[in-house]
Design a protein around this ligand. Structure first.
Ligand code: NAI
Length: 465
C-alpha cells in the first residue's frame, strides 16, 4: 500500500480500485500490481467476465466444434472416409467448459499471485474515490470503471422459452431444428455459422442492406455468397417487428409482414453498457446513451476516475479492453504510455469463412482521402495453402495512392491468424514496397498477404497487377 488517508482504514485503501473483473478490469489490476501499486478488484460474477465465461472463449470453442463437424461431414472431399453421426451437445459443452475452467483457474492464480485484493460482490461508486461493496468501503486514489456490457434486447422482446441471447444460447442442451438469428453483426454471423455446422436450418434477419455492415463492402458480399453456398438463408434489409413464442414454434414477424417460424430466436442486435444504478452519475460521471465517454487517456472528466472496455464508446472487443486496462495502470504509475490507437485494433469475426480486418474500409478511406485511394484484391484462388484447405476468399488492401496501406481486409478459412502482420503493416504505416521484399513462408495463407503487397508494388507473382 503506497498511500492511505489519515483516519481511514488502511487495509481498505488502495492506489487503484477497479470496478469490474472482466478483460479491461483484470488487465489493469495485473499491470498495476506489476508496477508496485496496490489494487482492489471488485467483481460480482466470475473473474474474467464476459470474454471468458459468456463471450470470446466459449463461442470460439463452439466454432471450433463446428469446424470439426464440418470436417467430418465434408471428409469425402479430401478422400477420407468418415461420417458425421450427430452433435452431442453435452459433449460439446463439456469440451467448452473444460477450456473455460482451465483458463479461469489460471487467471485466479495470476490474480492471487499478484496480490490483488479480490473483492466478491456488487460494487457501487459511492464517491469519486470510493467503491462500496456491501458493508465494505474501498477507497482508491484512483478508480477504474470497467463494468462491461450485456446483450441488448428490442422493445417487446423478452428472453425465455425459445427466445435467447448469446448468453442463453451458450448453454442450450440441444441443437434446434430451425434457428432465426436476429442481427447480422458479429455475434449473429458467428452463431449462424455454428448452428448451420451443427445441422440446423438457419435464417439471418438483418435490418441493414448487408451482413457485418461495419466491414468493407466487398467482405460483406463475399460472406453473403459463402453463407448462400452453405445454405444459410440471409434476409438483409429486413426489419424485425415482433415475435410470439407459441405452442410449437416462435413466430417472427418482419416489418414487411412476412413471418418465419423457428425453434430458436437468437437475438444479436448489439450489446449495451452496464452502467445503470452503479452510482456513476451521482458521483459526477457523465453518461451518454449509457456509455461513459472518455478522452484518449481513458479519463472520465472526474479527477482520478477512469473508464475502460465496453462501457467506453468504440469497439467492444476484449483486446481493446486489455490494452486500455494496461494503459491506465501505466498512466497511473507515471509511465506516460502512448494512448491506445483505436484505428489499428484488429477486428476478427470467427464465422466460417473467417473475417479479419485492420484499419479503414475502402469507403472510410474515400471519405477521408477522396480519390487519393487505391485498392487491390488478391484472390485466395492463387494461394496454395488456401487451395489445400479448400477455402475461398481474398485479401483486400486499401492504400493511399503512392502512400501507405491504411486498411487490410481478409476473408477465408483461418484468416484470423493473419491479423498480426496486417496490424504491423497498418500500424507502422507501411508502403507496399516495404512489405514486398519480406519473404513470406510457402505454402501458408500468410503468403497471400505477401503476394497482395507484391502485386500492389507492381511485381505480382501468382496474381495479376
Ligand atoms: P453488432 O452491432 O455487431 O450487430 C447487431 C446487428 O443487429 C446490426 O447489424 C444491426 O443492424 C442489427 N439489428 C439491430 N436492430 C435490428 C432489427 N430491429 N431488425 C433487424 N436487425 C437489427 O452487435 P452484436 O453482433 O450483437 O455484437 C455485439 C458486440 O460484441 C459487437 O460490438 C462485437 O464487436 C462484439 N463481439 C465481438 C466478437 C469478435 O470480436 N469476434 C464476437 C462477438 C461479439
Amino acid at each position: 500500500m503506497t498511500s492511505a488517508d489519515p483516519g481511514t482504514d488502511q487495509t481498505d485503501t488502495f492506489d487503484i480500485v477497479v470496478l469490474g473483473g472482466g478483460s479491461g478490469g483484470y488487465a489493469c489490476a495485473l499491470r498495476a500490481t506489476e508496477l508496485g501499486l496496490s489494487v482492489a478488484l471488485v467483481e460480482q460474477g466470475k473473474l474474467g467476465g464476459t470474454c471468458l465465461h459468456q463471450g470470446c472463449i466459449p463461442t470460439k470453442a463452439l466454432l471450433h466444434a463446428a469446424e470439426v463437424a464440418d470436417a467430418a461431414r465434408e471428409s469425402a472431399k479430401f478422400g477420407v472416409k468418415a461420417s458425421l453421426d450427430g452433435i452431442d451437445m453435452p459433449g460439446v459443452h463439456s469440451y467448452k467448459d473444460g477450456v473455460i475452467s482451465r483458463l479461469y483457474k489460471g487467471l485466479q492464480g495470476l490474480i492471487s499471485a499478484h496480490k490483488v485484493e479480490y473483492v466478491e460482490g456488487t460494487g457501487r461508486l459511492s464517491s469519486p474515490t470510493t467503491v462500496t461493496v456491501g458493508d465494505r468501503v474501498l477507497t482508491g486514489r484512483h478508480v477504474v470503471l470497467a463494468t462491461g456490457s450485456t446483450p441488448r434486447l428490442l422493445p417487446g422482446l423478452e428472453v425465455g422459452g425459445r427466445i435467447a441471447t448469446s448468453a442463453q444460447a451458450l448453454t442450450l442442451d440441444h441443437v434446434p431444428e430451425r434457428v432465426v438469428v436476429l442481427g447480422g453483426g458479429v455475434i449473429g454471423v458467428e452463431f449462424a455459422s455454428v448452428y448451420k455446422s451443427f445441422g440446423a436450418e438457419v435464417t439471418v434477419v438483418e435490418a441493414l442492406p448487408r451482413l457485418v455492415a461495419s466491414e468493407d463492402e466487398a467482405v460483406s458480399k463475399a460472406l453473403e455468397r459463402a453463407f448462400k453456398k452453405r445454405k444459410i438463408t440471409v434476409r438483409t434489409g429486413a426489419r424485425f417487428a415482433s415475435a410470439t413464442d407459441g405452442a410449437d414454434a416462435v413466430t417472427i414477424t418482419l416489418e414487411s409482414g412476412d413471418t418465419i417460424d423457428a425453434d430458436l430466436l437468437l437475438v444479436a442486435v448489439g450489446r449495451g453498457p452496464v452502467t445503470a444504478d452503479l452510482g456513476y452519475e451521482e458521483a459526477g460521471v457523465t453518461l451518454e446513451r449509457g456509455f461513459v465517454p472518455t478522452d484518449e487517456r481513458c479519463r472520465t472528466g472526474i479527477p482520478g476516475v477512469y473508464a475502460v472496455g465496453d462501457i467506453v464508446p468504440g469497439l467492444q472487443l476484449a483486446h481493446r479492453g486489455f490494452a486500455q486496462g494496461i494503459f491506465v495502470a501505466e498512466d497511473i504509475a507515471g509511465l506516460a504510455p502512448a494512448p491506445v490507437d483505436e484505428q489499428t485494433i484488429p477486428r476478427v469475426t470467427y464465422c466460417e469463412p473467417e473475417i479479419t480486418a485492420v484499419g479503414m474500409t475502402e469507403a472510410r478511406a474515400r471519405e477521408e482521402y477522396g480519390d487519393d485511394v487505391s485498392t487491390y484484391e488478391y484472390n485466395l484462388g492463387g494461394n496454395g495453402k488456401s487451395q489445400i484447405l479448400q477455402t475461398q476468399g481474398f485479401v483486400k488492401l486499401v492504400r493511399r495512392t503512392d502512400g501507405p496501406v491504411v486498411g487490410v481486409h481478409m476473408i477465408g478459412a483461418r484468416m484470423s491468424e493473419q491479423a498480426g502482420e496486417a496490424q504491423l503493416i497498418v500500424g507502422w504505416e507501411a508502403l507496399p514496397d516495404d512489405v514486398a521484399p519480406l519473404v513470406h513462408a510457402h505454402p501458408t495463407q500468410n503468403e497471400a498477404l505477401g503476394e497482395a503487397h507484391l502485386a500492389l508494388a507492381g511485381k505480382p507473382l501468382h496474381a495479376h497487377s
